[in-house]
Ligand binder design. Structure first.
Ligand code: HEC
Ligand SMILES: [Cu+2]
Length: 294
């Protein structure tokens, strides 16, 4: 909802969001009613008892039992009603469902959000989610207290160091939605935000299967899986593979598929050839990883 260029009410994009709006509107309605009633009485009595008015000021009533019982009982019932509406919603929001379709681990850290998916995908300040599925976020902080807030989903929860907290919801709209840190957490707190991207389940699957994984991460995994680490970080006499950030990619590639073509001075040519064992995509990932090593 917008008032001119000013957004005053975020759109609804998750199944649980309606209940939060209801509580907000109920509280807003009751508060507005009493604010207006008090204002009205103020103005009314101001005019009635203005200086010089002929209003009767003799023998003001000092007690009125019906009135007093009324202003004790009615506000009590009203507050209990508010409590009930709020507590019911709170319970529903923070009670995790029995089963969930997607669980994403979210780590908050000064000043970014890191999301880990079960298949190893990792992303920063972005959260890809499938439409209509039940999503649970398992959250923890690496340093100070943060708070994950997605206004369009009407969910917000503190993210604490040393303890997992959870949020769950079911996205009901495809699109991009803002994601904030809602707990002042240091100098760049304001920059600690990002986007939630809700996709159809098919797109989500495609996204999970394909490529969004950082090549450096994939390369690192290959480095561990294919025995490179055993030699290059083990006790074997092999180069430490450091400072390769600017190394020529063809040279790196040749070192992997044809290591004996150019043996690094001072080392034995014991490295096996990986030609045929690694495909070109994997080699590219390995190169990305090798270059990222300090
Ligand atoms: C059996 C041990 C061994 C394994 C396994 C091995 N290497 Fe090597 N690697 C060496 C040795 C020894 C050298 C230095 C001699 C040479 O150039 O052949 C070397 C050289 C290299 C170089 C050239 C370094 C430079 O400074 O020019 C690169 C790059 C490299 N390896 C990457 C890899 C990668 C990537 C893998 C895994 C896919 C791997 N190595 C697996 C032993 C190994
Ligand atoms: Cu924060």
């Amino acid at each position: 909802m917008k008032l001119g260029p000013f957004p005053i009410w975020p759109q609804l994009a998750a199944s649980e969001a309606g209940g939060v709006d209801f509580v907000t509107l109920v509280v807003l309605g009751i508060c507005s009613f009493f604010a207006l009633a008090v204002l009205f009485c103020m103005v009314f009595f101001l005019v009635l008892y203005r200086q010089g008015s002929p209003a009767d000021r003799a023998a003001p009533p000092l007690s009125n039992n019906r009135l007093e019982i009324g202003w004790i009982v009615l506000p009590t019932l009203l507050s209990l009603g508010l409590f009930w509406v709020g507590a019911r919603e709170y319970y529903r929001l923070y009670q995790l469902p029995e089963s969930t379709d997607v669980t994403v681990d979210v780590v908050g850290k000064q000043w970014m959000w890191i999301a880990h998916y079960s298949n190893g995908t990792k992303e920063i300040n972005r959260l890809h989610l499938p439409l209509g599925k039940r999503v649970t976020l398992r959250m923890i902080s690496q340093d100070v207290i943060h708070s994950l807030f997605i206004p369009d989903f009407r969910v917000k929860h503190d993210v604490l160091p040393g303890r997992y907290t959870y949020l769950w919801f079911q996205p009901t709209r495809v699109g991009q939605f803002r994601l904030f840190c809602a707990e002042f957490c240091g100098t760049s707190h304001a920059a600690m935000g990002g986007w939630v991207e809700v996709m159809t389940p098919e797109d989500f699957q495609r996204w999970q299967d394909g490529g969004q994984v950082d090549p450096v991460q994939r390369g690192k995994l290959l480095f561990q899986q294919h025995g490179c680490q055993g030699c290059h970080e083990g006790s074997v006499a092999a180069p430490r593979l450091q400072n390769l950030a600017k190394a020529d990619e063809d040279d790196l590639r040749r070192s992997i598929v044809d290591p004996n073509a150019e043996v690094v001075p001072g080392f034995q040519s014991i490295m096996p050839s990986y030609a045929g064992r690694l495909n070109e995509e994997q080699i590219l990932d390995l190169i990305a990883y090798l270059r990222s090593r300090p």
